[in-house]
Design a protein around this ligand. Sequence first.
Ligand code: R5P
Length: 294
Amino acid sequence: MKEITVVGGPASLNLAKRIAKKLNLPYKSFSLKIFPDGESKVRLEEVPNTKGVILVQSTYPPVDRHWMQLFFMLSFLTEKAYDIILVVPYFGYSRQDKEFLKGEAISLKVIADLLSNFWIKEMITLDFHNPKALSYFKFPAYNLSTVPLLAEYAKKNFQLIDSLCVSPDLGGSSRVKEFSKILEIPYLSLEKSRDKITGEISLKDAEIQVSNKTIFIVDDIISTGKSIVKATKFLKERGASKVYALISHIISSNALKIIKESDIDELIGTNTIPNRISKVDVSEIVSSYIEKKW
Ligand code: R5P
C-alpha cells in the first residue's frame, strides 16, 4: 500500500486530499493553467517516487475541459510508467450510453475507448448512471454506491416517522429500494418520461398515499433540475408535508437556482462534485474500497 501516492486532479483536489489522509498515503497534485484561448495545461510539480498512483479527477461541468485535463494527466503518468488507479467520482458522458435517437454518437463508448490508451489498472467511479454500461471499458471498472452514505445522513438529520422514499423514475428503483431498506421505511417509484428532443419531463398520474408524509427523494443526478422540480411539485400537490432530496451528483448551478425557486425543503449532495450543498463526503467509501482491494 505504501507504494502508492494519491494524486489530485484540478477538479478534485479536496476529495483527493481526504482520500490520501484516510489511506495514510503521500499526496501530490497537478497544478493547472488555463490559457486565454481556453486550453488547459496541467503540471505535476512534485513527481511521486512510488510505483503506483491513485489519480482523482471528477468530470463535472465544464465536462469537456475536465476530461481533457484528465487525458493529459493520464498521458503524463502513463509515459512515466506509473500503475494507475483512476478515480472518477462523477463520470461525465455516462448518460449517453446508447444511440437514443438515430444518428447520435455513443459518447460514453468514445470516452471508454480513449481511456484504453492509458495504463489504467482499475477505474473506480460512483453512482454511475447505468452500471451495465461499464462493460464498454477494456480495463476493470468498478461502481461504488453512495446510497449508504446518503441514508446515514438522512438517519442523522431528519425525523423518519411517517416518511416515504421516492425515486423520480422507474430507472432509479433499485437505488430507492437500497435506500429504504437501510432506513426501514417504505418506498415507491414515480413513472417519468422525458421528451427526447425538447427534454421536457412528464410524470404519469398515480394514486399514491403521500398526504402529510415526509418524502425522501433519492436520485443519481440533478442536471437541469427538471426531474426533481417536477417530482417535488407532484408530491406536494398530493399533500406531502416535506420533500427532501438526497442526490449523488448535483451538476449545475442552474439546477441550484431552479431548486431555490421550487418547493423543495432541502437538497443534499455529495462531494463528487464540490459545491455549497456537498454535505456528504464520499472519501470514506473510496478509501475503504481501495484499502480492501489494493
Ligand atoms: C434520469 O434517468 C436520472 O436518474 C436523473 O433523474 C436525471 O438525469 C436528472 O436530470 P435533470 O435534472 O436534467 O432532470
